[in-house]
Structure formats: C-alpha cells, structure tokens
Design a protein around this ligand. Structure first.
Ligand SMILES: Cc1ncc(C[n+]2csc(CCOP(=O)(O)OP(=O)(O)O)c2C)c(N)n1
Ligand SMILES: [Mg+2]
Length: 276
C-alpha cells in the first residue's frame, strides 16, 4: 500500500478505535493509539495475512503481546475483512467474544494475550518451528515497553538468540509510559538497545508513527543473518489526540461525550489536511 493510503488508514483507524472504546465504555485508549501505525503497516503492507489464508500453516504470523491494546487490533482486523463492523458493536458485552484482550475465539487473532510477558515466548516457538522446517515465513511480535519488566521476556530473548532466529522480528512500542507512570521511574529498562544487543539481537531505533519508515524497516531482510531483530519504535502514548498524548490516565480512560466529540473533530481536521 502506498504511503498516502497508509496515512489515511492510520487516521481512519484512530477514529474507529476511539469510537468502539467510547461505545463500549471500556478500553485501553492511549496504548492503542501508540501502536496503531505499526499494526496498520504490518497488516496493509507486510504480513499478507488474510481471511483466506488465516487457517493455513504457511504464512507469516503476528503476536500482539501487549494484548490490552486489542482495540487497535480489532480495528485493523475488521478493516481486513476478518469480521463485520457490527460485530464490534458487541465489544465488552457479557456474551461477546470481543472482549478487552485478544482471544482466538475472534477470527484473525493468532494467540490469546493480555497477561503481559508471554507473547514473545509463543513467537519464539513459532519462529523456531518455521526455521526447523526451513519455511520462509516471519514471526512478528509487538511488545509494550512496560511489558519488558516481565522476566519471561528476557528468557525468550536468550532462546531466540540461541536458535539464531533471524525470522523473528520484535517491535517494542516505546511510548515511555506504562500503566501508572514513566517506565524509567517505575522499573527502569534503559539502556534498551545495549540490553537487546547483549541478548544477541540486531537492534534498530525507528519512529513508530512514521508509516514510510515503518514500511521500509519492517519489510527489510533480517538486519543480520542468524540473529533475531528488534525494532525499538519510538512512539507517543495517546498519539493523534492532543489532550491524550503522554497523559498517564489515558492508559485505561474512556472519553466522555464531549471528549469523544473533540477527539473525532481533531481527527477529521487531520483527515481534511491529509486530503488537501
Ligand atoms: C502479567 C501482567 N501484569 C500486569 C498487568 C496489568 N497491566 C496491563 S497494561 C499494563 C502496563 C503495560 O505497559 P506497557 O507495556 O508500556 O503498555 P502500553 O504503554 O503500550 O499501553 C499493566 C501493568 C497485565 N496485564 N499482565
Ligand atoms: Mg508503554
């Protein structure tokens, strides 16, 4: 997909995810806004995962380890035709499969996640299987930066490097915030690049909102043969809505009626600018 179309998708996706969170009165608003450009580029340009090939073994994989940002994933999967928009009207209803974290009961979801720290191990297992079978597929895993405080992430990293998983691409949504504040105040994770290098990864810092850069980097060959790759994607929590950006409380806040209206107005203005 070309850059203009990707930019347009990102703005439309932001509107949809805000709308479904507002309508269902629950959601992880800011974390979904910080990773939506990444998921957009993955599904519209890289993964080639479709409703038609989803049940096939032979395809790329995407594991959303930061499962709480499922509203961003639902938005993109819906656009890709995995289910209908009206299904999202049931989000968080008592008997709906569309709950606040990913489950495989929803078409298009690869793996249950939301208990942080597990997704990377699953992705490592999938990448190892493809490598053993000499299959040409890649496994992408999206992790939160606060999630890196889970020790299991680093166990998965040692395994990825032992098995030289150059078909594994880890993306860190580096928005500098976790649930209750700054990652560096709660449980410091820096120097992140040096840590991943020490764990045997090739590392690159990128802009997680620049769809052109995401497209180029995520489409690239492995940075080094026989090493897993990690992209530290610098992002802004709440990106795209002025009054949500970098504000901790928007981790799990739902917009009021007035805030919802303002958010949609801001996005509509951006859409007009983008079209103009
Ligand atoms: C094992 C586990 N512990 C705690 C939580 C509660 N929790 C949900 S989101 C979150 C913060 C995650 O921060 P980060 O990974 O930075 O996510 P983002 O900023 O992208 O929303 C926490 C602690 C959880 N889901 N799983
Ligand atoms: Mg974070």
């Amino acid at each position: 997909m070309d850059i203009t179309q990707l930019k347009k998708k990102s703005l439309e996706y932001r509107k949809t995810l805000i709308e479904i969170i507002y309508n269902s009165n629950a959601g992880h608003t800011a974390g979904s806004l910080s990773c939506i450009d990444i998921i957009n580029v993955l599904y519209n340009d890289i993964l080639d995962i479709t409703p038609d090939n989803f049940n096939s073994y032979d395809r790329n994989r995407y594991i959303q380890s930061k499962g709480h940002s499922v509203e961003a994933l639902y938005t993109v999967l819906c656009d890709k035709g995995f289910f209908k928009k009206k299904d999202l009207d049931t989000l968080n209803n008592f008997d709906s499969h569309f709950i606040g974290h990913p489950t495989r009961k929803v078409n298009g979801i690869e793996h249950n996640s939301g208990a942080l720290g597990h997704g990377l191990s699953v992705a490592v297992g999938m990448a190892l299987a493809y490598k053993m079978e000499a299959k040409p597929f890649k496994v992408f895993a999206l992790l939160g930066d606060g999630e890196l405080s889970e020790g299991s992430i680093w166990e998965a990293c040692t395994t990825a490097s032992k098995y030289q998983l150059d078909n594994l691409v880890v993306i860190i949504d580096r928005n500098n915030l976790q649930i209750s504040g700054d990652t560096e105040l709660i449980n410091p994770i820096e120097p992140l690049d040096k840590k991943f290098e020490a764990f045997g990864f090739s590392v690159k810092k990128i802009n997680g909102h620049d769809v052109a850069s995401l497209k180029e980097n995520l489409n690239a060959k492995p940075m080094s043969e026989n090493k897993p790759s990690v992209f530290i994607a610098n992002t802004i929590k709440g990106k795209g809505i002025s009054f949500m950006e970098n504000i901790v409380s928007w981790h799990h806040r739902v917009p009021t009626k007035n805030e919802y209206k303002l958010a949609i107005e801001e996005l509509n203005l951006e859409i007009d600018k983008n079209n103009g």
